[in-house]
Design a protein around this ligand. Structure first.
Ligand SMILES: [Zn+2]
Length: 305
């Protein structure tokens, strides 16, 4: 079972470092290449491309990702609000936080990286080739850009799940309920709206009326096993793996990229970071992925029209 933990990143990293040490031992660790032509050559022959995306892709669209130093909403660390315990203690506050995040998304748009991925999927599908996006992002910007094959590891801001009957539904209402209208301001001085639980979003299944929660994976919760199984399948069959807007040593890519690299499949990173473990993967293209990715995924000269 894969559980999203507060310490997830640290745990996985230390585990991964051991794993990598064993696996690569004293082998030569050439610096990763930034040779775009060499990547394009591999890309032109790849039939199953897995693209793992992280917070950096959303950040380039101006989406607050509530990670690291800026990870506060009002006076709370966002990670402390994204837990089942916080929701049972104060559903109104947690709903205000998610309402804010949903409403912010109405003002944001997919960027050049999202669009390049979606365009590539559509183009390659006509050639009988597959592109699958595996993302930790919950903002649906990949879907809005036009991607179809998307595995959302952490769920979506625009899905709800009923606490009583378990029903999951897409929900794009703005505001999601009358009581949340105008609520959710992020400033630290804002008072909680203290909305009675009966006025928070409720299930519309016949005869249920249970309390709804955001259908996202909170810290301490397991990832959806169906999504994990489908992700494993994609990773086992891909012949090229791109890691975009995150690093291969940082969760979630850290769970996946090493197993792909261990099969001898090229892994290419597109991010702002330059970590020592970047060395273990074949390609690294530093810089904003909205700039670097479109050139990598554009039509190759060998592709049929
Ligand atoms: Zn229900």
């Amino acid at each position: 079972m894969i559980v999203r933990q507060l310490t997830c990143r640290g745990l996985i990293n230390s585990h991964l470092h051991l794993h990598l040490k064993r696996q690569w031992g004293n082998q030569d660790m050439a610096r990763p290449s930034s040779d775009l032509a060499a990547l394009r050559e591999i890309f032109s022959k790849a039939n199953d491309i897995a693209i793992i995306t992280g917070a950096g892709v959303s950040a380039e669209s101006g989406v607050p990702t509530f990670r690291g130093a800026g990870g506060y909403w009002r006076k709370w660390e966002a990670q402390k609000l994204a837990t089942p315990e916080a929701f049972s203690r104060n559903s109104s506050r947690v709903w205000e936080f998610y309402h804010y995040r949903r409403e912010v998304m109405l003002t944001k748009n997919p960027n050049a990286a999202h669009l390049a991925i979606a365009e590539c999927e559509e183009r390659l599908s006509k050639q009988g080739r597959n592109v699958t996006v595996i993302t930790q992002n919950i903002d649906e910007l990949h879907r809005r850009a036009g991607s179809k094959n998307i595995l959302e590891l952490h769920g979506s801001l625009f899905k709800t799940r009923c606490m009583s009957c378990g029903h999951e539904a897409a929900n794009y209402k703005s505001p999601i309920c009358a009581a949340l209208e105008g609520k959710g301001a992020p400033d630290p001085d804002t008072d909680d709206a203290q909305i009675p639980v009966q006025q928070l979003p409720r299930c519309e299944q016949k005869g249920c009326h249970g309390l709804l929660r955001p259908a996202v994976v909170w810290f301490g919760e397991s990832l959806d096993s169906d999504i994990v199984n489908r992700t494993e399948k994609v990773l086992d069959s891909c012949d090229l793996c791109l890691v975009v807007g995150t690093s291969s040593i940082v969760y979630p890519a850290a769970m996946f990229a090493p197993q792909v690299a261990a099969r001898g499949v090229p892994v290419a990173e597109f991010n702002m970071e330059n970590t020592p473990a970047t060395m273990r993967f074949k390609f690294h293209f530093p810089g904003p992925c909205g700039t670097t990715l479109p050139a990598a995924l554009a039509r190759h000269e060998t592709e049929q029209e």
